[in-house]
Ligand binder design. Structure first.
Ligand SMILES: [Zn+2]
Length: 451
């Protein structure tokens, strides 16, 4: 009786809930456990009090999952709560994005850079209190950035001391990781890395003025996006200067077997620097990828204004030739990085030209990893188990085993054979509560771009 009371889902969540019995038995399911192990057919999973159990609890509700596959909830490692409005302005998607992540089976996110850090923190609190639907949220502080010329929504920091103070302040508010950005000096990066580590927190970067090798040597834990944003191979690179477009044009011409890329790979592996794959945001910069990203479901999620803006101006004057070459190189390098022993994480990065949305983008990311040459099981491991390990949460999430949180995705079909089956989500369990993806999606139709 007491347990049932504790587990009762708040009235605010009830409209989105399919199953909220304190004990469940999932029968006849194919299980992909997230560790890379082969799928197992006709399995029985037990859920009790929000956790996976090794046997059925008395009075458990039974669910027949014949023809379905159960996966661990995805762990989105570049999953912002904001979205570009154009012109260097970003809007917080406080209503739509938490629901879209959950609906797609993303049960944990790292925000990986925040535009409204206080809003992100309050969203997390409300999700944790069980009064708004959403994934488990790991808060990254506000962007640690210097003199960025193209947006006023990042506070411009100056000097090592200010970077340190900012890390300290947001660590006190509840940030559990940090992200360095484009226009900063190496001594500022080093100071922020040191301060984050003093607080026992990890720090990542979407860098530009500082190259990957320099950042790895300065002790950064993680690098976002991969080669796409590494400027160190630019022939006219000046220390501390960000020349993103010029660098990209040259990097795209590198051969995947270039010894400089191999040296970078070795450096990152040796120093245990993880890389976050964000293939969806880059794929959508190419004509074909853009069209694929704007699926009927994505178009329905967008507000009228946002849809019109996207359809009228999507490729942003970038050379299609460069984008296509760079995407190929990025995919080849990510494969080589993993082959050499590197840790690859995955996230959707719902920014860029706006074609990548929370949740849908994460599913696309897994599909693109398969397109890059990973097996479906490897891609799913990157998108679940690797993220859980990096967050230090591998005892609780990221794979399917007794004792862990019951964070599960039930899909129709078999993603180990046809990876796009991860889009056929029927139920998403978070802490044992089964959410209805369609109801979550329906509740935010037309909202993306607005709230
Ligand atoms: Zn990002």
């Amino acid at each position: 009786m007491i347990l049932a009371l504790l587990l009762a889902v708040d009235a605010a969540l009830q409209p989105f809930v399919k199953f909220d019995a304190p004990a469940l038995v999932l029968e006849h399911a194919r299980v992909i456990d997230g560790t890379g192990a082969p799928p197992r057919d006709d399995q029985t999973l037990f859920i009790a009090n929000g956790k996976l159990a090794s046997q059925a609890a008395a009075g458990a509700q039974r669910i027949d999952l014949t023809g379905r596959t159960v996966l661990p909830g995805l762990v989105g490692m570049h999953d912002h709560l904001f979205y570009p409005a154009g012109g260097g302005v970003f809007h917080e998607m406080a209503t739509s994005f938490p629901r879209l992540y959950l609906a797609a089976g993303v049960t944990t996110i790292r925000t990986t850079g925040s535009i409204e850090p206080y809003t992100d923190i309050e969203i997390k609190r409300d999700v944790d209190r069980g009064v708004v639907p959403g994934p488990k949220i790991w808060i990254t502080g506000p962007y640690l950035e210097g003199e960025i010329p193209w947006t006023q929504q990042m506070h411009r920091l100056h000097g090592a001391a200010e970077f340190r103070r900012t890390v300290d302040y947001w660590a006190d508010q509840g940030a559990t990781s940090f992200k360095l950005y484009n226009f900063l000096k190496l001594d500022e990066l080093s100071a922020a890395v040191d301060q984050a580590h003093k607080r026992r927190l990890k720090i990542t970067g979407h860098l530009c003025s500082v190259g990957f090798t320099e950042a790895a040597r300065a002790g950064i834990d993680n690098l976002e996006h991969g080669l796409w944003v590494d400027t160190e191979f630019y022939s006219k690179k000046k220390p501390g200067e960000c020349a993103a477009r010029e660098a990209l044009a040259e990097t795209a011409e590198l051969s995947a077997t270039d010894p400089r890329l191999e040296a970078l790979t070795q450096e990152l592996v040796k120093r245990h620097v993880a890389v976050t794959s964000t293939l969806p945001v880059f794929d959508a910069l190419a004509e074909a990828g853009f069209r694929r990203a704007l699926s009927p479901a994505v178009l329905e999620a967008l507000s009228t204004d946002t849809r019109a803006r996207l359809l009228s101006n999507h490729l942003g004057g970038r050379s299609q030739e460069t984008v296509v070459k760079m995407n190929k190189l990025e995919m080849a390098w990510e494969r080589a990085f993993v082959k050499a022993g590197g840790t690859l994480l995955a996230g959707c990065d719902p920014t860029g030209n706006g074609a990548v949305l929370a949740g849908y983008g994460d599913q696309r990311g897994v599909e693109l990893l398969v397109e890059a040459g990973f097996t479906p099981l490897e891609a799913l491991r990157i998108a679940s188990w690797n993220g859980a390990q990096f967050l230090g949460q591998e005892q609780r999430i990221g794979s399917i085993a007794p004792g862990k949180d019951a964070d599960l995705v039930v899909v129709k079909g078999d993603p180990s054979k046809e990876i796009s089956d991860i889009e056929k989500v029927e139920v998403v369990f978070k802490d044992g509560v089964g959410y209805d993806p369609q109801k979550l999606v329906d509740s935010v139709r037309g909202l993306v771009g607005t709230r």
